[in-house]
Design a binder for this molecule. Structure first.
Ligand SMILES: [Zn+2]
Ligand SMILES: [Zn+2]
Length: 340
């Protein structure tokens, strides 16, 4: 089979490698569509827990192609997606029922073979049926599951006001879940107008076009929009400069959530007295682990919309071009790799 293979950071080729054979309990899946994510840019650089050699890719939809011994829940020919996060089941956090905090966590496409390959292997507990969804919808299962985890972490109170920085694919999905989780108003702030137009179409109440080079103005404008602040402020851009204005824009008693991926060494400043005397909660939301069923249900019912988010399609051979497009093409929103 053909696959993207990294031998080390920044150093990949698209080449022929042996197609894996499913072992007991494993499912072999023929990839139909795989999403390229901002995380794949971090992995390209060797960051975000990447281990090499590596086949990247953690957002996919495909067709069950072969079953290992003992797999009973799936049939060859079914359309499925894969939860790429693997927990050990045995560390202190897994034993406490918090597998997302697993000490020995593995990620398909991060430090385990992923989906930028014609075929991929997953243990059956990570595989989910997506019958009834189109491939273009189902490829969003993983990023939407991350958004679902974020929404669950927030525990949105009906009637609250929300501000989301970042109109990337997961920002769009999270904005919808926050709105549908009962928020009375959702403002999405982003630095590209066409992404904000998509956010508006998908249900944001208002949008704000921000100049990433002038975060001070963004702060002033959003403060003027809602002087007492927002009950929920979500940082989904991965910029620590933006993160610094989140607590000051949070309403007293409200919550700031760190959702965007920064580099692991980056920090941002918070006024301790402000957090203390206004009783601000600061939460983090990393990935997903148990939200695939809820997410697939929300995609199936249409509660979660993805129309218009995919802007660019490439072949596997064009992986380098796909990364470059995501990195620097201002018209790129969700970039996908098509297989046939
Ligand atoms: Zn992703
Ligand atoms: Zn564990």
């Amino acid at each position: 089979m053909k696959a993207v293979v990294y031998d080390s950071a920044k150093n990949f080729t698209v080449r022929e490698i042996p197609t894996p054979t499913p072992q007991p309990g494993e499912v072999l899946i023929k990839t139909e569509l795989a999403g390229v994510c901002g995380t794949d840019l971090h992995i390209h650089e060797g960051h975000f827990l990447a281990e090499f050699p590596l086949i990247p890719g953690h957002e996919m939809v495909g067709i069950v192609s072969a079953l290992g011994e003992g797999v009973t829940q799936f049939k060859v020919g079914e359309r499925v997606t894969v939860n790429p996060v693997v927990s050990c089941g045995d560390c202190e956090f897994c034993r406490e029922g918090k597998p997302i905090l697993c000490h020995n966590r593995k990620g398909l496409g991060t430090n385990w073979p992923g989906s930028f390959a014609e075929y991929m292997i997953a243990t059956q507990d990570l595989v989910f049926k997506v019958e009834g969804l189109t491939v273009d919808q189902a490829v969003f299962a993983e990023p939407a599951a991350c958004a679902m985890h974020g929404a669950q972490m927030l525990g949105i109170k009906p009637g609250s006001s929300a501000l989301i920085f970042g109109a990337g694919p997961t920002g769009q999905l999270l904005a919808q879940l926050v709105a549908k989780g009962g928020a009375a108003s959702v403002v999405v702030a982003g630095s590209s107008q066409f992404k904000l137009d998509t956010a508006k179409k998908l249900g944001a109440d208002a949008t704000y076009l921000m100049d990433r080079a002038n975060v001070k103005k963004t702060f002033e404008d959003l403060k003027a929009l809602r002087p007492s602040g927002f009950d929920i402020v979500i940082e989904a851009t991965g910029s620590t400069e933006v993160a610094e204005i989140c607590v000051p824009l949070t309403r007293s008693g409200g919550t700031m959530m760190v959702y965007g991926v920064t580099e692991s060494h980056e920090t941002f400043a918070i006024n301790a007295f402000d957090v203390f005397h206004r009783e601000i909660t600061i939460k983090g939301s990393f990935a997903e682990i148990d939200t695939f069923p809820a997410t697939i249900a929300a995609l199936s019912s249409g509660r979660l919309q993805t129309a218009g988010i995919i802007t660019h399609r490439f072949k596997l051979d064009e992986y380098g071009k796909a990364l470059e497009t995501l990195r620097s093409d201002k018209t790129a929103h969700k970039v996908v790799i098509e297989f046939n």
